[in-house]
Design a protein around this ligand. Structure first.
Ligand SMILES: Nc1ncnc2c1ncn2[C@@H]1O[C@H](COP(=O)(O)OP(=O)(O)O)[C@@H](O)[C@H]1O
Ligand SMILES: [Mg+2]
Length: 254
């Protein structure tokens, strides 16, 4: 569904991604692990279309469509969802209005009329129940004064409403507590289907105690240096990244 081929990306003339190849299939959950500074968040940003990174080589295709030609909001409308590591607060904008605007922007992209009010209300009611979004958050401005856990819940709710083909969750270094991890994990486990896929970016394997990945990739120094199944994550938790890093450094003559 999502094909990444020989992706090179840089910032300020410094190459961060050095030839990433990934084949993301429908119905699967992928974990991308790796030491700090490997390029994990960069990969997420480049997928979402963050223009601070420049792509010098390679391709990203979603169901055959060239994502590199699309703006961030167009990629979102095509079904790429990026959960932000640091969610923004939007004072004065209620959750419902924010979601309505997001839905309608995507509908417009696909040549559809704005969502009829009854359909919208039904949809958000259903999804609020699914992700157990607290009633007390109704009417509040987006993320304003939210606890870490509430922000995560809102993010999972957004994901549920927008129903992306590929959701990228960058959880690295975000200092999530166990409750927040469970919220994210429950959300992913409820929302995953045979039609979508998830890319879970995580430094530690903690989150993977709650979400079982089908495939685990290790990213280091801008390259995928190892691929395995869920056992690879468990192994890394015991051994750390040092041995893999050494092998990769030798291979690429660093
Ligand atoms: N906005 C930026 N400006 C300059 N360098 C950056 C920026 N973002 C990331 N980098 C650099 O890119 C490399 C990879 O960073 P990042 O993708 O955040 O790694 P990870 O998420 O794996 O910890 C690091 O060397 C980091 O310093
Ligand atoms: Mg990161």
């Amino acid at each position: 569904m999502l094909e990444i081929k020989n992706l090179h990306a840089s910032i300020d003339g410094k190459e961060i991604l050095k030839g990433i190849n990934l084949n993301i299939e429908k119905g699967k959950v992928y974990a991308i692990m790796g030491p700090n500074g490997s390029g994990k968040s960069t990969l997420a940003s480049v997928l979402a279309g963050n223009e601070i990174f420049s792509v010098s080589e390679g391709e990203i295709k979603l169901d055959g469509k060239d994502l590199l030609k699309l703006k961030p909001e167009e990629r979102a409308a095509e079904g790429v969802f990026l959960a932000f590591q640091y969610p923004v607060e939007i004072p004065g904008v209620s959750i419902n209005n924010f979601m309505k605007a997001a839905i309608n922007e995507q509908r417009k992209y696909h040549g559809l009329e704005p969502i009829p009010a009854p359909d919208f209300l039904k949809l958000i009611k259903e999804k609020k129940e699914l992700v157990e979004l607290d009633k007390k958050l109704d009417g509040r401005s987006v993320n304003q004064g939210f606890s870490g856990g509430e922000k995560k819940k809102l993010e999972v709710f957004q994901m549920a409403v927008l129903n992306p083909k590929v959701a990228v969750l960058d959880e690295t270094d975000s200092g999530l507590d166990i409750d927040a991890l469970r919220i994210v994990a429950n959300g992913v486990n409820k929302l995953k289907s045979s039609e979508n896929s998830f890319i879970i970016i995580t430094h530690y394997q903690r989150l993977l105690d709650y979400i079982t990945p089908d495939v685990v990739h290790v990213l280091y120094n801008g390259r995928i240096i190892k691929t395995g199944d869920k056992n690879l994550a468990l192994e890394l938790e015991k051994t750390g990244y040092d041995e893999l890093k050494k092998q990769a450094d030798e291979l690429y003559n660093k």
